[in-house]
Design a protein around this ligand. Structure first.
Ligand code: AMP
Length: 297
């Protein structure tokens, strides 16, 4: 089984063409829904009692929600604004709300999960929850500038507790205090992770393992509407694919990265979570074939 833990949010997203207010978002939301095209994930997350029923229904359609807590108070809120190229995002506000003192509980049925994804979230909560699973075969985590700025040591501790880190290039530099991506990856491997994936937005990603580097391109698109959640969709696809294969050898990890690029490309084609919730498995198979053709020479 795959369990995804992390933020479930109401996002305000400001793009040059459109502003979305309090829409369904969150790193765990994007990652888990992306993974749901490969396996049925369990979601561990918290929302407040202001979380709209229509969003609850979307989560229910794709995920097992035994691990979703609804607490008195406001849902985690994120507010971010993109520049006109859609490649630079500025965080305007991060309101933790019910996420701030959340004491996550792993439902008994989830304890046997062999795959666990710690999506963007408080690194202390992430490092704590991973210990509550009985026998994890493969775990991954991500982080974001907010946590690197406020809890850097906890982020490093979280990295020690997982097999793989999936992180944006800018965040990798910020976290490791290195400028070169190979040096960034080596530092994170020294901290204890076995695999590092550094995402480079539309330019794809670099996968590192020991002294091997596997670069992969992004799926080229002519039009992008909203990049929010692309990285989470990438990571969700990776771990969802691996969980569906029940394998974690390097060759399958490389395959999982190609699905990451494909799912990330879908995520940016519509606003918010819309691209993922309207996607069909056949679309993924078709685009993955195009991707294969694109990169073969
Ligand atoms: P991405 O575009 O892949 O970086 O992910 C964006 C998602 O991450 C948004 O839907 C936000 O709700 C969520 N997010 C933003 N900041 C944080 C944070 N500090 N902790 C957890 N999740 C966050």
């Amino acid at each position: 089984m795959l369990t995804v833990f992390g933020s479930t949010a109401l996002d305000t997203i400001r793009t040059p063409k459109k502003v979305l207010k309090d829409v369904l978002g969150g790193a765990a939301t994007f990652a888990a829904i992306s993974a749901s095209f490969f396996v049925k994930p369990g979601l561990i997350a918290v929302v407040g009692n202001d979380f709209p029923k229509k969003y609850h229904n979307i989560l229910k359609k794709h995920l097992d929600l035994k691990g979703l807590s609804v607490l008195d108070g406001k849902t985690f809120r994120y507010d971010g604004s993109y520049d006109k190229t859609l490649s630079v995002r500025k965080t305007l506000k991060t309101e933790l709300n019910v996420l701030a003192d959340f004491k996550p509980n792993v439902p008994d049925e989830y304890k046997k999960s062999d795959f666990v994804y710690l999506a963007n979230n408080d690194p202390e909560q992430n490092a704590k929850i991973i210990k509550e699973f009985d026998d994890v075969k493969f775990s991954m985590c991500d982080t974001i500038e907010f946590w690197i700025a406020t809890k850097r040591n906890a982020v490093i501790k979280m990295i020690k507790s997982v097999d793989a880190v999936v992180i944006n290039d800018e965040e990798a530099k910020l976290l490791t205090k290195e400028e070169n991506l190979i040096k960034c990856a080596k530092k994170m491997m020294d901290w204890g992770a076995t695999y590092i994936v550094i995402k480079k937005g539309e330019h794809g990603s670099l996968l590192f393992h020991e002294d091997i580097i596997f670069p992969s391109v992004g799926f080229s698109l002519e039009s992008i509407l909203d990049p929010t959640g692309a990285g989470d969709s990438f990571a969700g696809a990776m771990i969802g694919y691996l969980a569906s294969k029940k394998k974690t050898n390097f060759s399958e990890i490389k395959n999982s990265v190609t699905y990451g690029n494909v799912m990330g490309s879908f995520a940016v084609e519509k606003y918010g979570i819309d691209a993922l919730t309207t996607l069909k498995r056949s679309d993924i198979i078709k685009r993955h074939k195009q991707y294969e053709k694109m990169v073969r020479f």
